[in-house]
Design a protein around this ligand. Sequence first.
Ligand SMILES: [Zn+2]
Length: 510
Amino acid sequence: MLRGAYGPYRANNDLLYYHLDIRVDPDQKSLSGRNTIRFRMLRDGNRIQIDLQDPLNVDKILLGTTPLKYERDSGAVFVNFPETLRAGHTYSIDFYYSGHPQETGRFGGITFKKDPAGRDWINTACEGIGASIWWPNKDQWRDEVEDMDISVAIPNGLTDVSNGHFVGKTDLGDGYTRWDWHVSYPINNYDVSLNIGNYAHFSDKLGDLSLDFYALPEDLDKAKTQFAQARGMIEAYQHYFGPYPWAKDGYKLIEAPYSGMEHQSAVTYGNLFENGYLGRDWTGVGISPRFDFIIIHESGHEWFGNSVTAADPSDMWIHEGWTTYLESLYVEYRWGKSDAIRYLNGYKPKIFNKRPIVGERGVNAEPPEDQYFKGALMLNTLRSVLNDDARWFALIHDLYQHFKYQNILTEDIVAYCNQRTGMNLTPIFNQYLRHAEIPRLELLFGEAPGSVMYKWRADEDDFAMPIRVGTPDHWQIIHPTTHWQTMQSSLSKDDFQVDTDHYYIDVNKQ
Ligand SMILES: [Zn+2]
């Protein structure tokens, strides 16, 4: 609960800046160093909550030269100040820590591995478990620093690729070299990353944007071929949403020993240098093998996930539903709308409809996997509800521009869409996001000759959504509600179709 809740000792301050300055020892599999944390107090107080998970040690916490007292409670570290910190004032503490972080979670959180040639390969990927698995920070999603410095001392000969732009490296004279990176934008904690290895580097430019690529030397040729997809990916997403969000930091793609992760401006890649996802046709309709799923998906998070960020993991569909939808926009940009729709509908077999997509707030729980595929199909459904592609593309472009660099909740997106369209889309969003089941169109034939009765069965009482029915060469839009209505149709029960490719719904004909 301390991890998930935005409690009083988190809410009383606003993060401004981190300088994470650490030394990484590959042989000992250990870290040591400090995070300088600058924050502005929003209320008077003498205590704040920072997080650092066991088994890492708190060595000392300083305000200037004054050591501060602290109490650890599970992953939380409550830092106590001898005098009241004043609202509106800015303070800075140096949080020193050390130890052997524990490998845990889907991608290990932080792993001390060897590459296939036996050289050190150390990587972080900690979205679920939290960044406090390897460094001290205010480990939540609501508040982000405005900018950040990352300094990583590692044995000479290795390279560290972190987030932001490369500032320089300094030989420390003791067998270690410090690599300095500067992040010029807000960044969520779990995006902060280490990628330490024997990397080979090559680069490219897309207009003024620098593109930097890092791969193990044995994979360099494959990387030069596969990573070329980054250009077309950025062009496609810029077409729909506007400029790449981190111009000053550049775009980096870095080989890593797991499938991939959207680390801000430093996307990690482990998709075998093959198209599809880990060698598979990911949506099973022959389109996924045309592109590298990890490059297209993880980089899409630069727009939705990293720039537009959910303020609580409960609303993580803002990252995953949108980015899955972005995959289809990439397909549409390259190969047209009908392939994009086929690609999206290929996701249907992966959807369970067992639990709502938006989960409980303040408990640091990841929503079910439906947030990806059902989230994307919901957005495709909304496109059909608008029934005007020019309006739809203007809406999602402007929505991104409105919320970029912000941490938001589902309600913010719904309110924006309602205001921009002049429609009440709240029941539609609620049905797809806050209930397990999708709407079902009930059709009743043969009550009267040449007529069909129709209504929605939905959990939302005021659910109302237009839908295309009839035949594909002659669709007709009807406006069902949760109450029966009647339409005239000469089509038989078997010939009467519903456009389930463009609306993600169930249909029940009787
Ligand atoms: Zn994702």
